[in-house]
Design a protein around this ligand. Structure first.
Ligand SMILES: N[C@@H](CCC(=O)N[C@@H](CS)C(=O)NCC(=O)O)C(=O)O
Length: 99
């Protein structure tokens, strides 16, 4: 299956890792902590209270929760998905463009 690359909400080039978050979101904080622990730079888009951005995010990812994380344009899911990729050693591979 080919990699599904998507434009971001802002429709411009963004960091390899983009994380859509809201305030008061424990999973969002956990995801950012994991990225920081691995020294992986990321760009954050806060969608708190922004119905338009949240609708775009739901339609784009098919998922209703935050965070939603994109790696090199591919939506990979939320924190638990990120943690699984990290445990399996696939996170670095994805960032290197090997997956
Ligand atoms: N398994 C998901 C769980 C994410 C989750 O439950 N996020 C909460 C906020 S921390 C959420 O989106 N709740 C529904 C909502 O805010 O609309 C993950 O690891 O990202």
């Amino acid at each position: 299956m080919g990699v599904r690359r998507l434009r971001h909400y802002h429709g411009r080039d963004m960091a390899d890792v983009v994380i859509y978050t809201t305030d008061y979101c424990g999973y969002c904080r956990a995801a950012k902590r994991l990225l920081e622990a691995r020294n992986i730079p990321y760009e954050e888009i806060d969608v708190t209270g922004d119905d338009e951005k949240r609708r775009w995010l739901r339609e784009t990812t098919g998922r209703h929760t935050v965070p939603q994380i994109f790696i090199r344009g591919e939506p990979i899911g939320g924190y638990t998905d990120l943690a699984r990729l990290d445990e399996e050693g696939r996170l670095q591979e994805m960032l290197a463009g090997e997956l």
